[in-house]
Design a protein around this ligand. Structure first.
Ligand SMILES: [Zn+2]
Length: 47
């Protein structure tokens, strides 16, 4: 996935679930928002 960090420009990005943000539920399972985290500088962002 060719994302790049808006802060440092690195493309070393991972996508994680933001467990503080529940979008909804699928049955009993919460669906979490996804956020991207730069592995270079630690910046967290969404697109
Ligand atoms: Zn970065």
């Amino acid at each position: 996935m060719p994302y790049s960090c808006p802060k440092c420009g690195a493309e070393n990005i991972k996508e994680v679930e933001d467990k503080s943000k529940v979008l909804g539920y699928a049955g009993h399972n919460p669906i979490y928002a996804k956020i991207k985290v730069c592995k270079e500088c630690g910046n967290r962002f969404t697109d």
